[in-house]
Every structure is written in C-alpha cells, then in structure tokens.
Design a protein. Structure first.
Length: 117
C-alpha cells in the first residue's frame, strides 16, 4: 500500500500470451507474465488503503518502431492540443512488420464526435 510497483492483471479477458513476441520476456516489468500467469502491463502504480489503484508512470517510456525510437509523451503532447480531445494515452502496440507501432486511446470532449478523417 502506497509504494509504487508493477501493475499486474489477471482474469478471463486477459491475454494468455503474445504470438511472435518472444522478446516480451526479456524485461519482466514490460508486458511479460508472472510465474502464476498474471499479465505485467508495463505500468507503474500503487494501491491506497481503500484498494484504489493509481497509475504513476510506465516502466518502458519508448516505442520502438522498426528501430525508430518514439516517445509516447511527445505523441500525447501533440494530440492533446486538438480541441476535441479531453484526454488520451499513447502506448506501444505489437506489430509483425515494424515490431511496435503507436496506439492511442482517446477520450473526446463532450459533444464531439470522431471520424476517420
């Protein structure tokens, strides 16, 4: 309680592994699995005395796109300037050809709609 550590998740909706990603086990704090099957998300966080979990950072701060090092924070900084965006998070997504690509989860401001344009 109160001490930051690796966030791990388990359950029926959690992946049991990554195909074509043997390097995921190289750093146990980055998207690996504990010996008893919990997914290590790569996020740092802590739990308070009421059981609430708070995210405070990531163990891996770089997205490696085919050798090109990208900062998720730089991506977030640019996208947060858009008037329709309330908040977002950028992260690495596995990719067969490029090793990793940028993924983004976005929460839009009220009344805003999304499009592919």
């Amino acid at each position: 309680v109160g001490e930051a550590g690796a966030i791990c998740v388990s359950g029926t909706c959690v992946t049991s592994g990554y195909e074509f990603r043997p390097h995921m086990d190289e750093n146990p704090n980055i998207n690996g699995f504990t010996p008893d099957g919990w997914l290590i998300t790569g996020d740092k966080g802590y739990k308070d005395d009421r059981g609430n979990i708070f995210l405070v950072g990531r163990f891996k701060e770089i997205i490696n796109r085919n050798g090109e090092k990208l900062s998720p924070f730089a991506v977030e900084e640019v996208l947060l300037k858009h008037p329709s965006v309330k908040t977002l998070v950028a992260f690495a997504m596995p990719h067969l050809e490029f090793q990793e690509v940028v993924g983004v989860a976005v929460v839009m401001n009220a009344g805003r709609i999304t499009s592919l344009e």
